[in-house]
Each structure stands twice: as C-alpha cells, then as structure tokens.
Design a protein around this ligand. Structure first.
Ligand code: SAM
Length: 258
C-alpha cells in the first residue's frame, strides 16, 4: 500500500490533507480515487490508514480509518554526522542511512574535507537530500522522516555532540575500541551520534579534540572503509539495538565486525 509523508499540521485527529507532488502521484501515477486507501505518516512516528475522500485541485483529503503501529523504527535515535564527501556520494549516504534507520544526518566540514561548501548551492543541495530521504523513508515504510541538517563546522559539531547520550567517532587509527563494545551503552530512547570522516580522514588534533569533548573513538574493523561505506557499516552494525525487548539487553558476547 502506498505511503505518503505529510507535515504534522496536515494530520488531524480524523483527516489528512495531502498537497504538493504527492497529489499528482496519487491521482495520476497511481490513479487512485475516492474510497481508495493509503498509509500516511506525519514523519514523527504517527502512521495512519486513511481513505481518500476527495480531490480538490492540488489537494487530496483523506479520512483516517485507524492508527497504525510505528513498528519499523530503531529503539535508539541514530544521528550520522558525515564529513562532506566528493561528488554525489552524499545522495547515496542519505538514501542508505535512511533505510538503515537514521533519524538525522548532519553534513559537516572538517580539516581534510575536500568539497568547498558553496553557500549559494546550500538550499538546493539540502532540498535534494531531503527529497531523497523522503523517498527512501517511504520505500522503507518508516514512520520517521529523517532530517538533513544544514552543514556545520568541526566546532559546531562538537557543540552539538554534547546533546547526545553517546558519541562515537569512527577512526581507523590507534587507540580505538571496537564499535560493538561501545554500542551496548545505548539505551532505548537514547540519542547516539556516529561521526564519519572525509576521504582524507581526520587529523590527529581533530581526534584529540573530539575525545577531549567526550567522543569515543571506535573501530569499524581492520579494513579501511570508504567514507561512504563507513557510516553505513556503523549504522547497520548488528550490535545496534534493532528492537526493544529481550534482545536488547546489555551486550555479553557479540560477533565482532572484523
Ligand atoms: N585514513 C583513511 C585512509 O588511510 O585511507 C582515510 C579515511 S577513510 C577513507 C574515511 C573515514 O571512514 C574515516 O575518517 C573514518 O571515519 C571511517 N573509517 C574508515 N575505515 C574505518 C575503520 N576501519 N574503523 C573506523 N573508522 C573507519
């Protein structure tokens, strides 16, 4: 069944108002009419089964039939901070991080970030990534629509990390702890941040500063991963709690990612 994200204010107790590109998808691509059923999500964890009531120009009105369980979200809130990669890799990172359950993606600039972040293109790139996240979240049947934040610099990212319960800096150098030995510290409902470096990696002084701020340097295994692989390897780590319940007990022995 087709799933559409709407803004929270477009979903009341009994009705959903659908606007924008989704109206054309409903009426022309899917050729849906009055009485047809769709799933709508407010992107913040509320999913409903709704029945199309009317199409008025560029607006579809649907009546809510029932509330649906938001059963596909991770019990921990995962944010991925990604040092801006070259080319179109960020499209791929946004899509795959969304499929893997990330709630937020923070692009950032670090010392060895190659990409020159052109502020004139900022809103266009963010709009593109947010559209990719919406399409990936609809395909993954998620209840949360990930937010792609405006890029920040290293200091701003460190400041943001203080709002988190657990911050892991992916580092392929010395002095790291395997990811699966750090992850069990995540509690259901907790906020975790995974920080991924650019193609050229982090500078040692960046790592020192990050650890001084409370980040934990974690290893993703013995192999050196591409920047576009690293965040996904971390987010899909089998040790990330996948659901609340008996499985989500503090780790005893886990298969390592090596
Ligand atoms: N220093 C790397 C090299 O020698 O090619 C370049 C950085 S790597 C391509 C890009 C980013 O992925 C790193 O900054 C780090 O965040 C992450 N990464 C890659 N492999 C990793 C590993 N085995 N453990 C932890 N992080 C890793």
């Amino acid at each position: 069944m087709q799933r559409y994200f709407v803004k929270p204010e477009q979903m009341s107790n009994h009705t959903v108002v659908i606007e924008g590109d989704d109206v054309a998808h409903i009426t022309r691509v899917m050729r849906m009419r009055k009485g047809d059923q769709i799933i709508c999500s407010n992107g913040q964890g509320r999913d409903v089964l709704a029945e199309i009531d009317s199409v008025q120009g560029q607006v579809v009105l649907a009546n809510i039939l029932e509330e649906l369980p938001a059963s596909r979200e991770l019990p921990v809130h995962v944010t991925i901070a990604q040092s801006l990669p070259k080319g179109e890799k960020m499209d791929w990172i946004v899509q795959k991080s969304t499929e893997l359950g990330a709630r937020c993606i923070i692009p950032f600039i670090s010392a060895r970030t190659v990409v020159q972040w052109d502020t004139s293109k900022i809103s266009k790139r963010l709009h593109r990534w947010q559209r990719i996240a919406k399409e990936a979240a609809e395909q993954a049947q998620r209840s949360i629509l990930p937010i792609i934040e405006t890029p920040v610099d290293w200091s701003q990212l460190i400041a943001k990390s203080r709002e988190m319960n657990l911050v892991m800096l992916a580092y392929e150098g010395e002095g790291t702890t395997p990811l699966n030995q750090v992850l069990p510290a995540c509690q259901p409902g907790g906020n975790i941040l995974l920080v991924i470096g650019p193609e050229g990696g982090f500078e040692p002084k960046e790592v020192e500063r990050a650890m001084a701020s409370g980040m934990k340097a974690v290893s993703l295994g013995r192999r050196i991963l591409r920047t576009e692989t690293a965040g996904l390897a971390a987010a899909s780590g089998k040790d990330l709690p996948r659901q609340i319940g008996p499985r989500h007990q503090p780790a005893t022995q886990h298969h390592v990612l090596h």
